[in-house]
Design a protein around this ligand. Structure first.
Ligand SMILES: [Zn+2]
Length: 97
């Protein structure tokens, strides 16, 4: 009876330890991934002959505009010519595309 309870207690303690170790390991993995993932600017088109717009705003830019780096990677829209970029959008006052 006593031995059985002791074993149950040890099993529970081991389970808690496993959960803590796993959680710490996952948190460390997430930190490493956040620390070493390339910055979003790396995926942005920045050639002078491209036009860039954001899904979140109604302004379009030249690919070289400083505002382009502030558009998040999932919102960025790139165009090779001005016409489709300008459709329904206002030109950026900073880069005057
Ligand atoms: Zn601009």
């Amino acid at each position: 009876m006593f031995n059985g309870d002791d074993r149950k207690l040890r099993t529970a303690r081991n389970l808690v330890l496993i959960v803590i170790v796993t959680a710490t390991w996952l948190a460390g993995l997430a930190w490493i991934r956040a620390r070493f993932s390339p910055p979003p600017i790396a995926v942005h088109p920045s050639a002078a002959d491209t036009y860039v717009a954001s899904k979140a705003t109604d302004v379009f830019h030249r690919g070289t505009c400083g505002h382009v780096s502030r558009i998040s990677a999932e919102d960025v829209l790139a165009y090779g010519t001005r016409a489709p970029a300008a459709q329904g959008r206002k030109p950026c006052p900073a880069c005057n595309p």
